[in-house]
Design a protein around this ligand. Structure first.
Ligand code: AMP
Ligand code: ZN
Length: 501
C-alpha cells in the first residue's frame, strides 16, 4: 500500500520544518487560540481559522483521529498584549452600555457565523474561558510558590524561573520588542500577570475570589489551562497568528514549563505542545483591517459587496499560510472568478456523470483519507492524487494543491466516477464545498443594489427577444436602463455570467 508523503510542518519553536509524529499513535490533538469576543472578527482573524481548519483537514486526510479545540476569550485580554491598558471586554461593554455577557454572546455568535460561512469544520470543543476559572485558579496555585510573586496589582510570573524564556519569540528577555515596563515593581520587563487584582474601591463586571484577592485571570493563563486540561500535556500542535509568537505563546510556554515542572525547550514537548505553528498576517494598506477604523474589513462587508465568503477562503488558500497575504478588492474579485470557473467545471463534470445514469459519488464512512482514496481510483488519476498529497503534506502547500485540483478539472476524458471521487477527496482537504456549490449561489446581491435578480433576468429575456427581432434600439434601451440601476450586462462572458451588479 502507498503510505503517502510524510507530513512535514514548520515548527516555530525550532524554526524548522519537522516530520509530524503524533504524541498518541494514530491521533492528532490541536489547540488554536480563538478570538477575543469584544468585537467582530476581521477577515485577518479569520485567516487564522482557515489555516487551522486546513491543518485539521490535512491531519484527517493523513488518517489521524483529530481532536481540535478552539477557545473563546471572554475575559482577561487587555488592549495591549503585554499587560497594559484596559480589559477589551470591559471596555466594549462600557462603550455599548451592555453587560460583558451580552457582548460576549453577540460577538461569539457573529464569529461562529463567519466560521460557518467559510466552511470551517466545527472543532471538538469551543472552550469558553470563563467556564475554566476554577481550573485557572488551581493551575495558578500550583505554580505560584516557585514561579510567581505578588504586587499590589496582582500575581506575576517571574520569567527568570524557567529555562529558555522567549525562545519562541527569539527575543532577549529584557529587551524584547514591545516590552515596556508598565507595571511598577515587576522584576523583569517580560514578567506577566497571572492574576489581575481588582483595584481597591473598584468593582469589575467580571471578578472572582482568589488567594490574591478579588480579580480576573491574566490572558495567557487561560490557554495554558484549557489546552492542558482538554488535550493533556504534551499535545501535538498549538496554532495562532504570527503576533502570538512574540508574547502570548512564549508566556503560555513558560507557564506550561512551570506547571509540568519540566526542563528546557531543547525538548519540544516541554513547552506543552510539540509543534507551535503560526499563520502570517493578512495585510491591507489603507488600515481597514483595524477594528478601530469605521468600516473595518469583516466577512459580512465582503458579502454585502457581493462577494461569496468562499471566494475569501480561496483567496487565503492561494497563499501558503506562512507568507504574508495582501488583501485587495481586485484580488478578491479574481479569487471569485477562479472559484466560478471551478464550480462551472464541477457542474459540467457532474452533468456528464448524471447523463450516463450513474449514481452520485459519496464520501466513504469516516470521510476521505489518502489511503481510502487510493482504493477508489484507477491508474490514470493516481499520479494526480499522489502529487496532491505531496503538496498538502509539504507544510500545507495549498497554492500548489489548488493547481492540481484545477488540473483534474481540465481532464475531460476520465471516467467521471473516478474524477468525482478524486475531486471530493481533494475538496475534503481544501474545504471549498465544490461538490455542493451551485453557480447561481456564487452571485450574491450587494446590499445596496437597487434591483433584484429576477427583475434583471426578466429584462435580459426581453432584451434577447428584441435582439432576435433585430430591434437594436429596444435592446440598447434595456441595457441603458439596467446600467442606470447598477447592472453591468456582460455579453459573451466566457463564464456565462451574463450580468453583474
Ligand atoms: P484576537 O481576537 O486578537 O486574539 O485574534 C484572533 C486570531 O487572529 C489570533 O490567532 C491572531 O494572531 C490572528 N490575527 C490577528 N490579526 C491577523 C491578521 N491581520 N492576519 C492573520 N491573522 C491575524
Ligand atoms: Zn491563546
Amino acid at each position: 500500500m502507498i503510505e503517502g508523503a510524510p507530513l512535514t510542518l514548520f515548527n516555530s519553536l525550532t524554526r524548522q520544518a519537522e516530520y509530524f509524529t503524533p504524541v498518541h499513535p494514530g491521533e492528532a490533538r490541536v489547540y488554536s487560540c480563538g478570538p477575543t469576543v469584544y468585537n467582530y472578527p476581521h477577515i485577518g482573524n479569520m485567516r487564522a481559522y482557515v489555516f487551522a481548519d486546513v491543518l485539521g483537514r490535512t491531519l484527517s486526510w493523513k488518517g489521524f483521529k483529530l481532536t481540535h479545540v478552539i477557545n473563546i476569550t471572554d475575559v482577561g485580554h487587555l488592549t495591549d498584549d503585554a499587560d497594559q491598558g484596559e480589559d477589551k471586554m470591559e471596555k466594549m461593554a462600557a462603550e455599548k452600555a451592555q453587560s460583558i455577557w451580552e457582548i460576549a454572546r453577540h460577538y461569539t455568535e457573529a464569529y461562529w457565523a463567519d466560521i460557518k460561512a467559510l466552511n470551517i469544520r466545527q472543532p471538538a470543543d469551543w472552550s469558553i474561558a470563563t467556564n475554566y476559572i476554577e481550573d485557572m485558579l488551581d493551575f495558578a496555585k500550583s505554580i505560584a510558590d516557585k514561579h510567581c510573586y505578588e504586587l499590589p496589582s496582582g500575581l506575576y510570573f517571574d520569567v527568570s524561573t524557567v529555562e529558555d524564556y522567549g525562545k519562541l519569540a527569539r527575543a532577549a528577555t529584557d529587551e524584547g520588542e514591545g516590552r515596556i515596563e508598565a507595571v511598577e515593581g515587576k522584576r523583569h520587563a517580560a514578567d506577566f500577570a497571572i492574576w489581575r487584582k481588582t483595584p481597591e474601591g473598584e468593582k469589575r463586571q467580571m471578578e472572582w475570589d482568589s488567594p490574591w484577592g478579588k480579580g480576573a485571570p491574566g490572558w495567557h493563563l487561560e490557554c495554558s489551562v484549557m489546552s492542558g486540561k482538554l488535550l493533556g500535556f504534551p499535545f501535538d500542535i498549538h496554532t495562532g497568528g504570527i503576533d502570538h509568537r512574540e508574547i502570548h505563546h512564549p508566556n503560555e510556554i513558560a507557564q506550561n514549563q512551570a506547571f509540568c515542572g519540566c526542563g528546557g525547550l531543547s525538548e519540544a514537548a516541554n513547552s506543552g505542545a510539540r509543534l507551535w505553528m503560526h499563520n502570517n498576517f493578512l495585510v491591507e494598506r489603507s488600515g481597514k483591517m483595524s477594528k478601530s477604523s469605521g468600516e473595518f474589513l469583516r466577512l459580512q462587508l465582503l458579502i454585502d459587496k457581493g462577494y461569496h465568503p468562499l471566494a475569501y477562503r480561496l483567496l487565503c488558500l492561494q497563499a501558503q499560510y506562512r507568507s504574508e497575504l495582501e488583501f485587495s478588492w481586485e484580488g478578491l474579485a479574481a479569487a471569485l472568478t477562479r472559484l466560478k470557473r471551478m464550480v462551472l467545471a464541477v457542474q459540467a463534470l457532474k452533468k456528464r456523470h448524471a447523463d450516463k445514469g450513474q449514481d452520485p459519488v459519496e464520501a466513504p464512512e469516516g470521510g476521505w483519507t489518502f489511503a481510502r482514496l487510493l482504493d477508489g481510483i484507477g491508474g490514470t488519476l493516481r499520479p494526480l492524487a499522489i502529487r496532491f498529497d505531496e503538496a498538502i503534506s509539504d507544510d500545507l502547500n495549498t497554492p500548489v494543491a489548488l493547481t492540481i485540483l484545477e488540473e483534474l478539472l481540465s481532464l475531460k476524458k476520465m471516467p467521471t466516477d473516478e474524477s468525482l471521487t478524486l475531486l471530493g477527496a481533494m475538496d475534503a482537504v481544501l474545504g471549498l464545498n465544490l461538490l455542493e456549490l451551485d453557480r447561481a449561489e456564487l452571485r450574491l446581491r450587494p446590499k445596496g443594489a437597487a434591483i433584484d435578480p429576477a427583475e434583471i433576468e426578466a429584462a435580459l429575456e426581453r432584451r434577447k427577444a428584441a435582439r432576435a427581432e433585430k430591434d437594436f434600439a429596444t435592446s440598447d434601451a434595456i441595457r441603458d436602463e439596467l446600467a442606470a440601476k447598477g447592472v453591468d450586462v456582460m455579453d459573451g462572458d466566457p463564464l456565462g455570467w451574463e450580468w453583474k451588479l
